[in-house]
Design a protein. Structure first.
Length: 230
């Protein structure tokens, strides 16, 4: 090992150069070599180390038990101030359904006009005009188109945001048991239940909303949905 000041050879365990007296800066750690200096903590270092040990011990301690009497009052006050969940009633849902029927009727009329024009043009190409004899294919096509339109309307809107145009105007929303927007599959099941139960029960499945405590129809029980007020 050489001194950084005079380049003189010095022992590896020396603290300063024997030739020039400079303090050695490039000491290397030699395993097994005896330590010539005993490390001691100063008063400030001892205080810092003591504080850190206390913090480390505190980190491993379990938190103090929570007193139920201390937190019971705020929790009870929060429950009292929380607004109860309101379900959509029969007449509010009926009003929303009427608005939806008006919207569907508008689009159905638009589809009917376009189909009628196309049907007339097709018959005119063969030198024929529309009559009661060739009208049944058009009626079947329109019935299929209207059914598909109504299905897409309710399934897409309920699966997308949980509300149709009518429900949006009346502040209603279809949700699941966790108050989340339902999936498109559940919206499809709900729509099939509405049509199936409504026709089979002659409308009793919808009137069940009047007697249900949660304002749910048979199709809501089938799809496990709720209609709530926003």
């Amino acid at each position: 090992m050489n001194c950084q000041n005079c380049e003189a050879v010095v022992p590896t365990d020396a603290e300063q150069c024997e030739k020039c007296g400079a303090r050695l800066l490039n000491r290397r750690v030699i395993f097994g070599a005896p330590r010539t200096e005993e490390f001691r903590l100063t008063s400030e270092a001892e205080l810092i180390e003591a504080d850190e040990s206390v913090k480390d011990d505190a980190d491993w301690q379990f938190p103090a038990p929570i007193m139920t009497s201390a937190v019971g009052a705020p929790a009870q006050a929060a429950d009292e101030t929380a607004q109860p969940l309101l379900c959509g009633g029969f007449f509010r849902r009926l009003g929303a359904f009427v608005i939806d029927c008006i919207v569907i009727f508008f689009f159905a009329a638009l589809v009917a006009v376009m189909a009628l024009i196309g049907y007339k043009v097709g018959l005119a190409a063969h030198g024929r005009s529309i009559s009661w004899d060739n009208a049944p294919p058009l009626m079947i096509l329109l019935t299929f188109g209207w059914t598909l339109l109504a299905t897409a309307y309710f399934v897409v809107f309920h699966g997308m945001e949980g509300k149709t145009i009518g429900k949006w105007l009346f502040g209603l929303r279809v949700v699941d048991s966790e108050q989340r927007t339902i999936s498109y599959r559940r919206a499809m099941l709900r729509w099939l239940g509405s049509c199936g139960f409504g026709c089979a029960s002659l409308g009793l499945s919808f009137l069940w909303i009047l007697w249900s405590a949660e304002k749910r129809g048979w199709h809501d029980f089938l799809a496990r949905t709720w209609v709530i007020r926003d």
